[in-house]
Design a protein around this ligand. Structure first.
Ligand code: HEM
Length: 223
């Protein structure tokens, strides 16, 4: 038991938790994006049926609780790790050519994560909270989440927040994806370049498609 618990307090254990929760959240992003693309390529009914399934299916409910737990652990351990790093190097290095030794995104993971966290608070209070605990009109047999989302995305400033946050997500994923594989010990001279390429493609395509949805719906609301 003591050995299992000590995983949470050892340096490697902490990084492992960041990597595993990060990879789970990456998986969540793929499923969430696939569902949300119905806002563009599907019908309002299909989107409302999808959000209904997300809220009621027992399997999805378990996945949802794992998502909340992953977000919580990812944030808590990010704070712990960055505090430990700061305590280890309060003065910074005497000679530190950071820009030559590492990428901007790898040095800004905490800042980028904080942007995503603020986005999530706004996003979940507007969509998730409203769906679970607020008042949403009905469209046939389902709650009309399509109208809730379409109303939000008819405001330019709301769309701007989404687009800017997705830029933050892109940079966070650019470093996070490959970093997670490295922590899991999957850095091999033959695979690492491929993992980096897949990570980069993922970090560009997924946030771009997420950002495309509010932009598309804003333009659609003008007509
Ligand atoms: C166009 C972009 C997006 C739209 C339209 C959208 C829409 C929604 C809606 C309608 C819900 C509540 C119903 C449901 O669970 O499906 C939701 C929940 C959620 N969204 Fe998003 N979302 C978007 C982007 C994102 C992004 C980029 C993230 C993460 C960085 C995110 C994280 C979440 C989380 C964690 C939940 C709660 C999921 C759960 O309860 O299982 N969303 N979103």
């Amino acid at each position: 038991m003591a050995t299992a618990l000590s995983v949470f307090s050892h340096s490697i254990g902490r990084k492992l938790i960041m990597a595993l929760t990060g990879l789970f959240l990456i998986l969540f992003l793929v499923v969430h994006l696939a569902g949300n693309l119905q806002l563009v390529f599907g019908t309002p009914d299909a989107f409302n049926a999808y959000t209904h399934t997300m809220a009621t299916s027992p399997v999805i409910k378990i996945a949802s609780y794992l998502t909340y737990l992953s977000i919580l652990l990812h944030v808590i351990y990010a704070i712990i790790l960055s505090r430990i790093n700061r305590q280890a190097r309060p003065q910074g290095y005497a000679i530190n050519k950071a820009s030559e030794n590492s990428s901007w995104s790898s040095r800004s993971m905490f800042l980028l994560g904080s942007i995503i966290f603020i986005f999530l608070v706004l996003h979940m209070s507007n969509f998730w909270y409203k769906y679970k605990f607020g008042e949403v009109g009905m469209a046939g047999q389902y709650k009309d989440m399509y109208t809730v989302v379409a109303t939000s995305f008819s405001q330019w400033w709301y769309v701007a927040i989404y687009v800017l946050s997705m830029a933050g997500l892109a940079y966070h994923l650019q470093h996070g994806f490959q970093s997670a594989f490295q922590t899991l010990g999957l850095n091999h001279y033959a695979y690492t370049p491929l993992i980096k390429k897949i990570g980069l493609a993922f970090a560009i395509i997924v946030p771009l498609l997420f950002a495309f949805i509010p932009v598309y719906m804003f333009i659609d609301s003008l007509s």
